[in-house]
Design a protein around this ligand. Structure first.
Ligand code: GLN
Length: 506
């Protein structure tokens, strides 16, 4: 019967498959013809080079320039937004054909990617609060807390400041926010971007120290040996000669462009051959393991403190939820709804960046240490979930038991303490265990405020060696190890609380 119906459908099946085949051939040939459409990575949080208008349109010096290069060299551009620190790995794996992101040509970067000829002269500068009279040059940054954007030349420069404490953020606006809030003493980033950010954001509390710490040139990066590099270089050449470059420069900076060198002082390098890939990967993993394990310790520490506070808070809130008369149960319910109904990431941002900014509006300065902000956010959030686990656990015990204990003469507190809670606790353990494991993984979200736990440590290593696969795979394995270990410990604990096991042990 089944065979018959297959035979009946065979012609349709063959027709369908042939159509699919034709379609894929058509798509494939089209993409060869449209070898002219380049996927170009950008990070639109770096004004005036790349940013988004209120309507979400990409704009900026780099975008205008890239479009001009594309039209003069006859290719089309499809922009793809991604974090700056992810661009070099994306170029290495050829996920994108190029990037336009105010990326400086550096000796470290040319080891893994190739750059076009220089298209902009730039340099790293210091931004600090307008009332700070001590930070005047590089030497005065000694022993200060410095905010940088992950993976940038500013971050690289900050490493050479003796005694400094470096805080890394994902993009340039976050570094400036941290500076306004007083979480860092200074920010190192490209001078033009700092000046533009302060001017357009009306950040009159900030200033830029005039001297430059570096001199660098931006280039358009492509994967090593990319066939598109020539077209991009030709495009730059043309727009420089025909005056388009000067027009774009004037549009964004209001002045005539300076003379640019034809070649970067740092030249592209040929791809390395010969070293076994497996050997390189293993040696990269071994080298990064101590740093990652150090991050894992921080993760565990953060989880333990937050879970402890979350348990205390959550138990109280869960019990309050069961009070018979309002308004306390309503308040507890609102708390649970708020912290369960909003993303943890938003809560972290609100606490670390939002609260100090709000305090400043009311005229007083208050800054939050990263550990404190992370612990507050994680424990407030996990308390909401624990409250529900505790409430449901207690409610799951049959009301008859309360009546029975009270008729035996136990007070309400005694009933809760000796009869209800011990039984409820056993029912609560599996969901509490789940909560612990989720929290352990959620700690990775505090990387966003520059807290150097396991995931952030991994990000920082990738920002230096660009080996995303090896590093993130190792990070994932360390998380897996931690969660497996925790679930083992939790199930042992659960078993030890089982009265049947207890009896056996006796
Ligand atoms: N110019 C800096 C660098 O190359 C920063 C660029 C950026 O953040 N988009 O590292």
């Amino acid at each position: 019967m089944a065979r018959l119906s297959i035979i009946r459908w065979l012609p349709q099946l063959v027709l369908g498959l042939s159509c699919l085949l034709l379609l894929s051939i058509w798509i494939a040939t089209d993409s060869i013809a449209a070898g002219k459409t380049l996927t170009v990575a950008t990070e639109p949080t770096f004004p005036p080079f790349e940013f988004q208008s209120v309507t979400g349109e990409l704009q900026g010096f780099d975008i205008d320039l890239m479009n001009a290069i594309a039209s003069s060299s006859g290719f089309r551009v499809k922009y793809q937004n991604m974090p700056f620190a992810g661009m070099i790995p994306a170029l290495q794996t050829q996920t994108v054909d190029a990037a336009v992101a105010a990326m400086a040509i550096t000796a470290e970067r040319v080891k893994t990617i190739s750059f076009s000829r220089p298209y902009f002269k730039s340099g790293v500068a210091i931004a600090t609060r307008a009332d700070n009279q001590n930070i005047i040059n590089f030497d005065s940054l000694k022993n200060k807390t410095i905010g940088v954007q992950i993976g940038t030349t500013g971050a690289q420069k900050a490493k050479s400041i003796p005694g400094s404490e470096i805080r890394t953020f994902d993009d340039s606006p976050l570094t400036l926010q941290a500076l306004i809030n007083g979480n860092v003493d200074a920010v190192l980033n490209d001078q033009v971007v700092l000046l533009y950010g302060i001017k357009t954001g009306n950040l009159e509390k900030l200033k830029v120290v005039s001297s430059l710490l570096t001199e660098e040139f931006y280039g358009i990066p492509t994967p090593k040996g990319s066939p598109n590099l020539q077209a991009i270089n030709q495009g730059i050449e043309t727009v420089l000669k025909n005056g388009t470059y000067a027009k774009i420069y004037e549009k964004w900076f209001g002045i005539q462009p300076p003379q640019l060198p034809e070649k970067s002082p740092i030249e592209n390098q040929a791809p390395k051959k010969g070293v076994s890939q497996l050997f390189t990967s293993l040696s990269i993993i071994f080298k990064s393991l101590p740093t990652l394990l150090n991050g894992a310790l921080v993760t565990l520490e953060l989880t333990a403190i937050s879970v402890l506070l979350g348990m205390i808070g959550g138990t109280l809130i869960g019990i309050v939820r069961l009070f018979p008369t309002p308004p306390l149960p309503w308040i507890a319910r609102a708390y649970v709804d708020f912290f369960r109904g909003t993303p943890l990431l938003v809560q972290i941002f609100m606490i670390y960046f939002g609260l100090p900014a709000l305090a400043q509006n009311f005229g007083f300065t208050f800054t939050l240490n990263r550990l404190v902000a992370a612990v507050i956010a994680l424990s407030l959030n996990c308390a909401a979930y624990i409250a529900e686990i505790v409430r449901a656990g207690i409610q799951s015990i049959e009301p008859g038991q309360t009546e029975a204990s009270q008729s035996l003469g136990l007070s309400s507190v005694q009933t809760m303490r000796y009869v209800i809670f011990p039984q409820a606790l056993r029912r609560m353990l599996p969901p509490l265990g789940n909560q612990f494991i989720s929290l352990l993984k959620d700690t990775s979200l505090v990387a966003i405020i520059g807290f150097e736990e396991l995931f952030r440590k991994g990000q920082l290593i990738v920002a230096e060696n660009y080996r995303s696969f090896e590093i993130y795979a190792t990070v994932a394995l360390v998380y897996l190890f931690l969660t497996l270990l925790s679930s083992q410990a939790l199930s042992r604990f659960e078993r030890s609380l089982n009265p049947i096991n207890k009896k056996k042990a006796n």
